[in-house]
Design a protein around this ligand. Sequence first.
Ligand SMILES: NC(=O)c1ccc[n+]([C@@H]2O[C@H](COP(=O)([O-])OP(=O)(O)OC[C@H]3O[C@@H](n4cnc5c(N)ncnc54)[C@H](O)[C@@H]3O)[C@@H](O)[C@H]2O)c1
Length: 251
Amino acid sequence: MRCLEGRVALVSGAGNGLGRAIAKALASSGAHVHIAEVDAVAASRVAAEICEEGGAATGHAVDVTLGQDVAALLRAVDVAHGRLDILVNNAGMNVRADFRHLSEADWNTIREVNLDGVVRLARGSFELLRRSGNASIVNVASILAEHGMRQLVAYSTTKGAVIALTKALSVEYAGFGIRVNAVCPGFVETAMTARVLRIPAFSKALVDKTPMRRFGRPEEIAAVVVFLSSDAASFVTGATLAVDGGMSAQL
Ligand SMILES: NC(=O)c1ccc[n+]([C@@H]2O[C@H](COP(=O)([O-])OP(=O)(O)OC[C@H]3O[C@@H](n4cnc5c(N)ncnc54)[C@H](O)[C@@H]3O)[C@@H](O)[C@H]2O)c1
């Protein structure tokens, strides 16, 4: 249960949804969790929840698209711990639009959060992760990285790039004691998906396409992130793990 005792973790977008569940699971496994979240109130709320439950967490108001925010966050982690053992790139967003109508501004925003934010944190934290000697990056991609869905072309494109980044970076960082993996969640009800998953016909169609015949729970994604961050996954790098109830395995 306490497989991450004494580790230092950073989770982006941890104020809600999957990130919140990931932060809580890392904390209950013994890590001190830094919550990097654009919504300052949510960052403080989740940090307080973890501390009330007996864990250790610090909230930071951070927009991963802003270099100065990320630099200040990493300086704070450096001052507090001098190293980083676990980085979870979870912050993400989506704008549903037909590709032919997607504005350049929306494309830029989706790319800046879902891809450039991952790049910024993975590059900026290199020295802190190297000092760990036993570090892990987990990038939260999506089954939509490899499967298409209407009005989600830009989202899929950024998530596909995150998987390419994960594999390429795992090769480059391996010599520094840093593993790099990705999880690909299927459908989980969060603020990002609630509106569409509550449309009965749409929801039924998705469940029908899922061999396990249900949506995932945030805790089920978080458990896999804990595994990939722990010594139980000490020989796992460059891997992409679907956590989707079998959806991507089904023809
Ligand atoms: N929910 C799903 O079904 C699902 C499926 C596959 C992948 N994912 C991925 O999981 C991750 C989490 O999604 P979720 O469903 O929990 O969404 P969510 O909207 O519930 O949570 C996303 C969090 O990221 C934060 N965030 C957004 N932009 C940010 C920025 N610029 N800087 C810092 N924080 C920012 C938001 O404020 C929010 O707290 C995303 O990368 C998403 O693409 C989700």
